[in-house]
Design a protein around this ligand. Structure first.
Ligand code: ZN
Length: 423
């Protein structure tokens, strides 16, 4: 394999592609990726004599007046990053520093957020656009985002997020979880709001610590599963509760998933308990999750017991990676860089071998297709043309260094280049 040119690829601003020339998908041989209607239409061995890059293409390669040919210059290509657990409706990214002032408990953080979100313009289209652009800049092209739904906001947050997504014109593919951040049963009326969100097009209804927040795990979960069955949406529950209390709630979800035939549509977010259980208890729970088609998302938090990723994979439990909220009223941390978070996931999981590092990259990309409602999200024919180019020798090198994203393509359109967002 020849050494890639160390300069940035050439690309016109936010322009639709016809060919992304000379890239190395997953670090393999150099190929040309052909694009039609926003999807990868062909993958051919790189042809050095093929159409030249921007500005020098022959007229025959120039339908519609733009050549649409971009030279990837031999860089490593990955599918667009999939942020499977985001909160793009609430952040103060781009605003002056906000010192954290809440108590360090889940309830304390909820109260702090309720008290101060208005003064930060949360939720707001500008806030959400700023976060989304930060995600795009770092190579994320698809997200599953939780959006707060509560008695104060109603469904306004979801409307705001949809407006911001429309403004980005397809640069980010998104699925929305209507998220009851302030609890469900303890706030009468919230279940109705979640139902209304599902009717209005939210792909999933969320939940929050059914035991420790609502103090009624059976009640909250029965409410969520009733909506999911009635409206045909998924379920995605934030579960911070650890140990046996958390495991018990996972078991309640397994029972209900099997009973309702919702295999593949129920996700446990965080699920710290799964990482904390004794080995034999953990093995049994993971196996039961696999049989019920339950999935998990993690934000690779420092200090938490890492999820047993190998065991989860062997049991068929898909795991997605997400940023969680970035720079919000819960925490000042987070940058929106999912590849850097992949480094963190790999380190927390004590990954060293190449196959483990590649598995981490797949969690953040191709293997996360299901978390954003896609059948396929990879550098193959028929997949959405979502591509990230990085200057790395191979995938393990990209995972441990998280180099700058040289080019980001979403739906066949160049949306970021060298850290600059073009949408
Ligand atoms: Zn979250």
């Amino acid at each position: 394999m020849s050494t890639p040119d160390r300069t940035a690829p050439t690309a016109p601003p936010s322009r639709s592609l016809t060919v992304l020339r000379d890239v190395r998908p997953w670090g393999g041989e150099r190929v040309d990726l052909h694009v039609a209607d926003g999807r990868i239409s062909a993958v051919t061995p790189h042809d050095p004599a093929g159409p030249a890059a921007s500005g020098t293409a022959r007229p025959a390669d120039d339908p519609g007046g733009a050549d649409g040919v971009v030279d990837g210059r031999g860089l490593l290509a990955l599918p667009g990053l999939v942020n499977a657990h985001a909160h793009v409706d609430k952040s103060w990214w781009g605003k002056p520093w906000v010192s954290y002032g809440g108590e360090a408990t889940t309830q304390g953080r909820i109260a702090h957020e309720r008290a101060h979100r208005d003064e930060l313009g949360i939720p707001g289209v500008d806030v959400t656009l700023t976060v989304l652009r930060e995600l795009v800049r770092h190579g994320t092209t698809a997200i599953r985002t939780h959006v707060d739904v509560d008695l104060g906001l109603g469904l306004r947050g979801i409307e705001v997020v949809r407006e911001a997504l429309t403004e980005l014109d397809g640069a980010v593919h998104a699925e929305i979880v209507a998220f009851p951040q302030d609890g469900v049963l303890r706030r009468p009326g919230v279940l109705d709001l979640l139902d209304a969100a599902a009717v209005a097009g939210a792909e999933h209804v969320g939940g929050l610590d059914p035991a420790s927040i609502d103090r009624d795990p059976v009640g909250q979960l029965d409410g969520l599963f009733t909506i999911a069955e009635r409206r045909g949406v998924g379920i995605d529950v934030h579960l911070h509760d650890g140990g046996e209390l958390g495991a018990f709630q996972v078991e309640l979800m397994i029972d209900r998933t099997l009973r309702a035939g919702l295999q593949g549509k129920v996700n446990v977010a965080h699920g710290f308990a799964v990482g904390q259980l004794p080995a034999s208890r953990q093995a049994d729970l993971v196996a039961a999750m696999g049989e019920a088609g339950i999935t998990m998302t993690t934000v690779a938090p420092i200090g938490a017991a890492p999820l047993p990723l190998h065991a989860l994979r062997e049991a068929g439990v898909a795991v997605g990676l997400g940023t969680d909220g970035i720079r919000d009223l819960w925490s000042p941390y987070g940058t929106g860089d999912l590849l850097a978070l992949t480094t963190q996931l790999a380190r927390l999981s004590r990954f060293r071998h190449d196959d483990e590092l590649v598995a981490a990259a797949r969690i953040a990309t191709a293997d996360a297709a299901r978390f954003v409602g896609r059948d396929v999200h990879d550098l193959v024919v028929g997949a959405p043309a979502d591509v990230v180019l990085v200057d790395a020798e191979n995938v393990p090198d990209a995972v441990v260094r998280a180099p700058r994203r040289a080019l980001v393509v979403a739906g066949g359109r160049v949306v970021a280049r060298d850290g600059d967002v073009l949408v």
